[in-house]
Ligand binder design. Structure first.
Ligand code: DGY
Length: 322
């Protein structure tokens, strides 16, 4: 008889994915406070063969060391900065993740934030709800910035960066980018994107959009030095990871009008703290980390997360492995 593997799932997945897991494994689904408290995670993972986790679960050495049987960590995300990948791999543990299927959803949200902050859509929504429309009735009382014709500087030209470029083309924007190395000329031409140095990008962009993973090299990549180099009329968009931006210095730059505005989906601390100064700034649009959060995408992410886990437990090649 085939062995049934024990699997811990830290948050509910789509029913179809959970059902698939249950057909093949003994599933222990954490329902209760999310993210799963570390104490519970450490306790529950002891006899598990597989773990399904989310970006808010920190899978560090302490957690991994506590599981003697763990063979696979399957994360419901494209990002894997919440997992100690090197340590997990040193223990022979496989890691699955869910790229590609969330590229479009994340790029859509990026464009949404650009349109929102430049055209002041959420700000206007607040004005109406606060019954202040009369105060902005004049033709020049409430002007935004036109998106068409502006230059977007994309930092990180991977899957999501490229999709943002493709969509930005449709909006009539000019595209410059910086990446560890230039992408192929063929794709550059297709995207009408021009490779520039980091400095050139900071100085020439009307909008800077971040699409790099979070790691030691990208920690606080955007900081006061960089904000000072950016155009005073420029905007920062972050749908990648919060810690890529020094949030305190961003707030400072926004208050001092060193840059004009920001659109954010990710933060140094999530959920955003109740007393965060960001909440007081009108020139910032805040989304609650929902880049991949569409019904279509989350269903696909669920299915891939389950498949990755099962494939690894069956000793087969994962659909997407880190
Ligand atoms: C990811 O997949 O990494 C996104 O941030 C969604 O959580």
């Amino acid at each position: 008889m085939k062995k049934r593997f024990n699997v811990l799932v830290t948050r509910r997945l789509h029913t179809s994915a959970l059902d698939e897991l249950k057909r093949k494994c003994n599933v222990s689904l954490h329902i209760g406070k999310i993210p799963i408290p570390k104490k519970n995670l450490i306790d529950k993972i002891k006899n598990m063969d597989g773990l399904v986790c989310h970006p808010y679960d920190t899978i560090d050495k302490e957690v991994i060391k506590n599981s003697k049987n763990l063979k696979v960590i399957s994360t419901f995300s494209v990002g894997f900065d919440h997992i100690d990948v090197n340590f997990a791999k040193s223990q022979g543990i496989k890691i699955g993740y869910t790229p590609e299927v969330l590229t479009n959803a994340t790029a859509e949200l990026t464009i949404g934030l650009i349109l929102d902050v430049l055209r002041r859509i959420s700000e206007g929504d607040r004005i109406i709800r606060n019954k202040k429309w009369n105060q902005i009735f004049g033709a020049y009382d409430y002007t935004g910035t036109e998106v068409s014709g502006k230059t977007i500087g994309i930092i990180g030209m991977g899957r999501i960066g490229r999709e943002v470029a493709r969509k930005a083309n449709g909006l009539g924007m000019n595209i410059i980018y910086h990446n560890r190395k230039p992408i192929s000329k063929r794709i550059e031409n297709m995207l009408k994107a021009k490779y520039v140095s980091e400095n050139m990008l900071y100085k020439n962009s009307d909008i800077i959009s971040l699409h790099v993973p979070y790691n030691n090299d990208t920690h606080h990549l955007m900081n006061s030095k960089i904000f000072k180099k950016m155009k005073k009329t420029s905007f920062l968009i972050n749908t990648s990871r919060g810690k890529i931006v020094n949030e305190k210095q961003l707030v400072n730059a926004l208050m001092k009008k060193e840059i004009q505005g920001a659109g954010m989906d990710v933060y140094e601390s999530e959920p955003v703290k109740r007393n965060s100064p960001l909440l007081k700034l009108e020139n910032v649009v805040l989304a609650p980390h929902v880049g991949s959060s569409t019904n279509e995408t989350r269903q696909k992410m669920s299915d891939i997360t389950a498949r990755n886990l099962i494939l690894a437990l069956e000793g087969k090649k994962l659909l997407y492995s880190v």
